[in-house]
Design a protein around this ligand. Structure first.
Ligand code: DC
Length: 236
């Protein structure tokens, strides 16, 4: 039997992590964990509770009480926050900016990292975020780092939001992507960076299927190397 791996996917916003993580998990029949959705859920809960983002005590209490779950409903993945389906509510531009701010708070990060480790420790998971291969699971068997220019990522986000019927502006969306990049890469705690042993894929000129095929090839290589190692261990 193939061993159930931990697969980490990191990269900046709008690079295609969510779609690829979901598709990869489906192909491998693994569980998909969108860690950005967890920070977004914290941001939404903080806003609803009127908690200031520079109040670590209140944020810590909030994180301790939050129940964040991922469920599959008729094939669609949903995020439940204290039982409420917040999958749409956490995707607005306002929550995007707020989530970038709450994710810079060490108390929020340590609460989310703990939860992510519990969710993934048994393997058979694809986790996507910013610090999966560097902080959450530094020993993950497979690590990917996805990259694309800010312009291309902004364009993709713009098309996605337009498709949902939101009234957005292209240049503004690109500027928002750049602002979040600066915040995610420049923050003091767990800034976005590529793990040394991550496989880098530049998706600027690749479509989703092309990236997915590359990822599946890397996973298959790791799986066959692992079964080879297992056989050798048994022989020696
Ligand atoms: O991937 P996303 O756009 O849904 O992430 C929302 C915010 O959360 C983003 O500003 C970066 C932050 N984030 C993080 O700091 N660490 C993660 N593992 C995932 C997301």
């Amino acid at each position: 039997m193939k061993r159930q791996l931990i697969i980490a996917i990191d990269g900046p916003s709008g690079v295609g992590k969510s779609t690829l993580s979901r598709r990869l998990a489906q192909r491998l029949q693994y569980v998909n964990i969108d860690t950005g959705a967890m920070y977004r859920s914290v941001a939404l809960a903080a806003r609803r509770a009127g908690i200031a983002l520079d109040d670590p005590k209140a944020l810590e209490r909030l994180c301790m009480d939050l129940d964040i779950r991922f469920v599959r409903n008729n094939g669609a993945e949903k995020v439940l926050l204290d039982g409420e389906d917040v999958s749409e509510a956490i995707r607005t531009p306002e929550i995007s900016l707020l989530s970038s701010k709450v994710s810079a708070q060490p108390v929020v990060r340590s609460a989310m990292v703990r939860l992510q480790r519990q969710m993934g420790e048994n393997g058979g998971v694809v986790l996507e975020g910013r610090d999966i291969g560097t902080v959450v699971f530094p020993a993950a068997e497979v690590k990917f780092f996805l990259a694309a220019t800010a312009r291309e990522r902004g364009r993709r986000r713009y098309l996605e939001l337009r498709e949902k019927g939101l009234d957005v502006d292209l240049e503004r969306t690109i500027a928002e992507v750049e602002t979040r990049d600066a915040a995610d890469c420049g923050r003091q705690h767990a800034p976005l960076r590529q793990a040394e042993d991550a496989v880098l894929i530049d998706t600027t000129r690749l479509n989703i299927d092309q990236v997915l095929e590359r990822m599946l090839r890397v996973v298959a290589e790791r799986q066959s190397r692992q079964s080879q190692n297992l056989k050798e261990d048994r022989v020696s």
